[in-house]
Design a protein around this ligand. Structure first.
Ligand code: G3H
Ligand code: 13P
Ligand code: ZN
Length: 312
């Protein structure tokens, strides 16, 4: 089937008490590892591309890689989504260039401005059959384009969500309930805890409306340990506990964003390979196991965290 929008996916996820995985893609091995797992498990899938990914790999290469995955995965619906679109122009380029979903991230702007920018993207996107994710509240952490300090992050204010969704016309809403981007989400010695009270209030104010959770990597200890064991330097890397993500997926959260765990799975595998096979210099020798590591990590997420297998 051709690329789809997330509209039907989110309806089913909402009523089925699961979430669709949104995985960031930057190269062929990442696309292949993710899509092979989803195809085998018959799981709907969102492949997302950031501004940094477009700068790294080139828009056309990424679109064509995802189109190849669509051909290779005939049994599952796949969405091609722009992650953290920084402005109207970037969203327009992706809408015009084959994406079926875009995020406009104006969450750093005041509410009225966020509404205004989002509305402009929604009007253009909907005219072209594309859906729009927006964000209210600010996550801490680092993306290629934006770095938000923990003290500048802010939880979503539930009292703003109805006005935001009604006035902007967005199709899904990312909220801030304690997740953050990257591998260092919580201070060592503190108990990671998402604000389910905020999620619940948002759910009550927007019944049936799909909510998105960014910054949802769990930073598996096995990957951090392996990276550190084989010459890396990621002390005190801490992610979101998987049981809390599963709980969020049972509630209104229909899309869960994962990038850091892909990076860590790949990096841990390649670091180990270089140390244990110092004579290897053919990239296929280390990219093949790295792709397999991504596939098995994604399969675990789909089954045990998202509850999303056999839903396509
Ligand atoms: O939300 C952030 C994603 O992990 C994308 O990261 O901007 O470094 O590609 P990036
Ligand atoms: P992580 O850094 O937790 O993987 O979050 C990714 C993300 O939110 C992409 O938009
Ligand atoms: Zn994000």
């Amino acid at each position: 089937m051709p690329l789809v929008t997330s509209t039907e996916m989110f309806k089913k996820a909402y009523s089925g008490g699961y979430a669709v995985g949104a995985f960031n893609v930057n190269n062929m091995e990442i696309v292949q590892g993710i899509t092979e797992a989803a195809q085998e498990l018959k799981a709907p899938l969102i492949l997302q591309v950031s501004k940094g990914a477009r700068a790294y790999a080139n828009h056309t290469y990424l679109v064509k890689l995802v189109e190849a995955a669509v051909i290779e995965c005939p049994d599952i619906p796949i969405v091609l989504h722009l992650d953290h679109g920084p402005d109207f122009e970037t969203c327009k380029a992706c809408i015009d260039g084959g994406f079926t979903s875009v995020m406009i991230d104006a969450s750093g702007k005041p509410l009225a401005e966020n509404i205004e920018i989002t509305k402009k993207v929604v009007e253009y996107a909907h005219d072209h059959g594309v859906v729009v994710e927006a964000e209210l509240g600010t996550l801490a952490g680092i993306e290629d384009a934006v770095s938000v300090k923990a003290e500048d992050s802010s939880y979503t204010r539930p009292e703003d969500v109805e006005e935001f969704v009604t006035k902007s016309g967005c199709d899904s809403l990312a909220i801030a309930i304690g997740t953050s981007h990257g591998a260092f989400k919580f201070k060592p010695g503190t108990k990671p805890q998402l604000r389910f009270d905020i999620l619940k209030e948002v759910e009550q104010r927007l019944p049936g409306f799909p909510i998105v959770l960014h910054g949802s990597s769990s930073v598996p200890k096995e990957f951090a340990d392996k990276i550190n064991q084989f010459g890396g330097n990621m002390p005190n890397a801490i992610g979101v506990p998987e049981d809390q993500l599963r709980e969020a997926a049972r509630m209104a959260v229909c899309k869960i964003n994962i990038d850091t765990d892909l990076r860590m799975a790949m990096t841990a595998c390649i670091r180990e390979h270089f140390v244990t096979n110092p004579a290897d210099f053919d990239p296929r020798q280390y990219l093949k196991p790295a792709r397999a590591a991504i596939k098995s990590m994604v399969a675990h997420k789909i089954v045990d965290v998202l509850g999303c297998d056999h839903k396509a």
